[in-house]
Ligand binder design. Structure first.
Ligand code: HEC
Length: 309
């Protein structure tokens, strides 16, 4: 009955094992309840009134011998829980060398897990079985993260990092709950996978579709501030709109010449804006700070400009 999984939750990480049998209050309470009820039944039957002549006589005496063993048992149990619990807790808290670091951020009620290669997964924490893992928690509001099967419970506070060192031991999916009074209704799960399957998942970027160059370009268009001067809907701004620019055979320039608006022209316009000026625009208006972008960033910007039709 005491075997893990039959009555207790099966421990699924190194830290969960030593805690559960000792800290299972409902089982301890049930054992005491059954023992006391049986004792009461025996006493009621044995000392019942057997006839009219059977007069009540108080024979109640108080002996420390009766209570002593019980107090001792409770004491030993409490101390054992303390020692095992402290050992398991310290095993999670004390820093180890090496280890696979995963950052677990809980912001606005959404879990975000960041892996060593900067990949981020929402809501589901994938862990490799048998690996030593360091979880680093952070949050924007008070929470209490709880995964009983992993033996992990951490009170999270904004501005404070919490760490847990664990080594998952059982493949499976477990609820990642908030044990606090949580207004967000945080939902999350932990999924422990075999090492090989986990590695394949990381390789596959957790099934996420990589963004297209056009999508990356759209982000750069905003983050590099191109959007403050160039529209994509034809409206003129500080600079010419990108709408319909790409592919023009005779794109008009200042001074009357024309140019083919191809990849080379776009890259030249970004790297050295004054080399050729779009018709109607003055030199030195466009910042000359985009000459050192990565090749794939130029490609992404071109893909985005192409898409502005
Ligand atoms: C402060 C305003 C400003 C910002 C920011 C800016 N540009 Fe420009 N850009 C201009 C102006 C003005 C011109 C026209 C003069 C010229 O060709 O240099 C221009 C011209 C261009 C042209 C040629 C357009 C044409 O019709 O021939 C391209 C392509 C271009 N910019 C791309 C970019 C990209 C990509 C970014 C962001 C990485 C960017 N620009 C950021 C002002 C800006």
């Amino acid at each position: 009955m005491l075997s893990a999984g039959a009555f207790f939750m099966a421990p699924s990480a190194n830290a969960a094992g030593p805690l559960s049998p000792l800290s299972h209050m409902s089982l301890i309470a049930a054992a005491f309840f059954v023992a006391f009820t049986l004792a009461l039944a025996v006493i009621v039957l044995r000392y019942r009134r057997r006839g009219p002549g059977d007069l009540a006589q108080s024979q109640v005496t108080c002996s420390p011998k009766a209570g002593g063993p019980l107090v001792l048992l409770a004491l030993v149990w409490g101390l054992a829980s303390l020692v095992c619990g402290t050992k398991a807790e310290l095993g999670q808290r004390v820093a180890h060398y090496g280890g696979y670091i995963i950052k677990a951020q809980l912001n606005e009620g959404v879990w975000r897990f960041t892996y060593p290669d900067d990949q981020t997964v929402e809501a589901r924490l994938y862990l490799p079985k048998g690996e030593k893992i360091q979880l680093i928690f952070s949050t924007d509001a008070p929470h209490s993260v709880l995964v009983p099967q992993l033996g992990v419970q951490r009170s999270l506070m904004p501005g404070r990092l919490e760490t847990a060192w664990i080594t998952p031991s059982e493949v499976g999916v477990y609820a990642l709950a908030c044990a606090g009074l949580c207004a967000h209704g945080v939902e999350g799960a932990v999924e422990i996978k075999d090492k090989a399957e986990f590695d394949a998942l990381v390789e596959d970027r957790f099934g996420a579709v990589p963004p297209s160059p056009e999508e990356i370009g759209a982000e750069l268009y905003v983050s590099l501030t191109c959007s403050t001067c160039h529209s994509t809907d034809g409206k003129p701004g500080v600079g010419p709109s990108f709408k319909g620019l790409f592919g023009q055979e005779a794109h008009p320039l200042e001074g009357g010449a024309t140019v083919k608006a191809d990849e080379d022209y776009i890259i030249e316009s970004i790297k050295t804006p004054n080399a050729k000026l779009a018709k109607g625009f003055k030199p030195d208006q466009m910042p000359q700070i985009f000459g050192e972008l990565k090749p794939e960033e130029y490609e992404a910007l071109i893909a985005f400009i192409k898409s502005a039709r």
